[in-house]
Design a protein around this ligand. Structure first.
Ligand SMILES: Cc1cc2nc3c(=O)[nH]c(=O)nc-3n(C[C@H](O)[C@H](O)[C@H](O)COP(=O)(O)OP(=O)(O)OC[C@H]3O[C@@H](n4cnc5c(N)ncnc54)[C@H](O)[C@@H]3O)c2cc1C
Length: 277
């Protein structure tokens, strides 16, 4: 497979790289020390189209191919690993769930503000007893007329405490194993019963809040279900597959930052080791 960059992809890399050097790198140490979600920086990135890179322009995105998105994310992660997680969870997970499986109204209402960077997205799948073993989840969504009533909790949700839209997975048929899971759009601001329990104190990946969420009799309209009932497990696995590519891109970006730092250190040492210093 040919991974050499097209002229357009090189242009995108140079544009993001310049933004990273001018706007992200100077504040990266502050993000690491303060561990606060960098809302202003994210808003600036939204203006540049960096919060919706792979989505079509009709849904507010930048209309880039997935390779260009990975290149952009690699650059952002070179500037700040935590910011890379913010963008990846927002785009590859929350955004892609809506783009791939949402209906037209859900794309216009929930995906477009994410892609324009006006709102933040999160993807809530994992639970204390359900990481790799997704069907072990305990969160339920019980149908009640034209609504679902959601109860349960989620753990380690990137952007979970700052998200405007959360794509949520819950059991609609607890007896049906992986075929009994459905996916939904949750709006923390307006959905009573949505609670942020707290955020993790992590060793790294700072600036991207990793939250614990709780749902107490949270009622959401039935039209917030994404796709058909029982398709949530398939939605999750397909979305996570797309997300893996961007995890690799983030790793490359962080490795590049470490290499740059090591070279700078070596150069400083060389100067220091000169006779007379
Ligand atoms: C910083 C951070 C951010 C995160 N963000 C999100 C997010 O935004 N949304 C979200 O939903 N989740 C998120 N997660 C959760 C993450 O997806 C889970 O950690 C992951 O699914 C693994 O689950 P677990 O930690 O319970 O490990 P486990 O599932 O318990 O796995 C532990 C180890 O056992 C291995 N293992 C598991 N099952 C088997 C098996 N059957 N056979 C052999 N080996 C096995 C695994 O490979 C792993 O090495 C995040 C986690 C972190 C640390």
């Amino acid at each position: 497979m040919d991974f050499s960059l097209s002229p357009e992809q090189s242009q995108i890399r140079d544009m993001v790289s310049e933004f990273v050097d001018e706007e992200i790198r100077p504040v990266a140490a502050d993000i690491d020390h303060e561990d606060e979600f960098p809302a202003d920086l994210v808003s600036e990135m939204g203006d540049l189209g960096l919060m919706g890179m792979p989505f079509p322009e009709e849904y507010g995105g930048a209309g880039l191919d997935y390779h260009s998105y990975a290149i952009g994310l690699e650059e952002i992660s070179r500037g700040s690993g935590g910011l890379g997680t913010v963008v990846a969870a927002h785009t590859s997970l929350a955004g892609n769930m809506l783009y791939e499986f949402g209906d037209e109204a859900q794309k216009e209402t929930y995906l477009a503000p994410l892609a324009r960077g006006e709102e933040i997205g999160a993807f809530a799948l994992s639970e204390p007893q359900a990481g790799s073993d997704v069907p072990a989840m305990g969160t339920t969504a019980e149908r009640d007329g034209e609504e679902y009533v959601v109860n349960g909790n989620k753990l380690w949700i990137s952007n979970g405490s700052v998200a405007d839209t959360v794509t949520l997975f819950a059991k609609t048929d607890p007896e049906a194993g992986n075929r009994g899971i459905s996916s939904f759009v949750v709006r923390p601001e307006g959905d009573d019963g949505f609670h942020v329990e707290g955020t993790e104190e992590k060793l790294g990946d700072k600036g991207c809040p990793t939250a614990e969420l709780r749902f107490d009799d949270m009622r959401i309209p039935a039209d917030r279900r994404i796709g058909e009932e029982g398709r949530g497990f398939v939605h999750a696995l397909k979305t996570l597959n797309g997300g893996r590519i961007t995890i690799a891109a983030r790793g490359v970006g962080i490795a590049q930052a470490a290499l740059d730092e090591a070279l700078r250190y070596a150069q400083d040492r060389e100067q220091f080791d000169q006779p007379g210093c």
